[in-house]
Design a protein around this ligand. Structure first.
Ligand SMILES: [Zn+2]
Length: 294
């Protein structure tokens, strides 16, 4: 039989097996970049847009019931202003403004890095709307990178609400985000939120998946030690300690294994079959498959 043909059959079977999984467990953390935005109290909506004004929904956000409004405001600080800052709804108890450090330099303000909702003693800011303006004595923050997750995700990744973790993004400019706050609620959908400075620094693209790291160890990916994968990747090869490489011990290297390897080089034994999809994926991801000559 044609080995290529066998390979493609095997690849298809693997894909079918994966699809049949009744509740696929998330392997990584979807990363989303949040642009600067404002959450307004009802009282402040009225102050900026007029009495009994209601915000208009422009689009739904990924977190359930959250939306981006049509309305925008202007932020003003001692050194400058930023126009067309999006309002996110629904309205909250307390008004809160989230900007990046780059925005802070432009405005001439010094907001602290805070978890959303924790605004006591944060920086002041002026918000200007079409019908009025307000001076907030506190409420301006730089949002701390955080992961929203449902209790089932928290259980899957073995983390808790309030825990600080790291998330590695394997991008064109790979970066690991430290001090990422885990936030667990039944109303959350699994997603990590970072600001535009963080997103730009790490070259985050739409659909980027990050790798959760807890206590220095990857969690939830098959390359980790706590993996449920039948084909574990052994870490670093002693012969070349400077190059990050994983030795693949299985008989068949699939696209799945390439995607889940955190190392740029995957070493395989001479008898290991590499599927065509695995080859393509390795090329696309800039990973190298090396055959161990032994
Ligand atoms: Zn968020």
């Amino acid at each position: 039989m044609d080995p290529q043909w066998i390979q493609s059959i095997v690849e298809q079977v693997i894909q079918q097996l994966e699809q049949k999984d009744p509740a696929p467990k998330p392997k990584g953390i979807p990363i989303a970049v949040s642009a600067r935005h404002v959450h307004l109290s009802e009282q402040h909506v009225a102050a900026l847009f007029g009495p009994s004004y209601k915000l208009t929904k422009r689009s739904d956000l990924s977190q359930p019931n959250q939306f981006a409004a049509e309305e925008t405001v202007t932020l003003a600080g001692p050194k400058g202003t930023i126009e067309r800052v999006r309002i996110l709804g629904p309205s909250r108890k307390l008004t809160q403004v989230e900007i990046s450090q780059t925005d802070a330099f432009k405005l001439g303000v010094k907001p602290p890095i805070r978890q959303s909702g924790d605004i006591k003693g944060s920086a002041p800011i002026t918000i200007i709307g079409p019908k009025g303006s307000i001076y907030l004595p506190e409420g301006l923050i730089i949002a701390q990178a955080h992961i929203h997750m449902a209790p089932s995700d928290a259980e899957h990744f073995n983390v808790q609400d309030g825990q600080i973790v790291q998330v590695a993004a394997d991008t064109e400019r790979p970066m690991t985000f430290g001090r990422v706050l885990v936030r667990v609620s039944p109303s959350y959908r699994l997603e990590m939120h970072i600001d535009t400075d963080e997103g730009n620094a790490a070259f985050i693209q739409k659909g980027q998946i990050g790798e959760l790291i807890v206590d220095g160890k990857p969690v939830g990916c098959s390359s980790s030690a706590t993996s449920s994968s039948p084909v574990p990747m052994n870490s670093s090869e002693p012969a070349q300690p400077l190059k990050q490489a994983a030795v693949f011990e299985g008989k068949l290297l699939s696209q799945h294994d390439i995607k889940n390897s955190s190392e740029p080089i995957i070493r395989i034994h001479r008898k290991t079959i590499v599927t065509p999809l695995a080859k393509d994926t390795a090329r696309d991801l800039g990973k190298k498959i090396e055959v161990i000559e032994a």
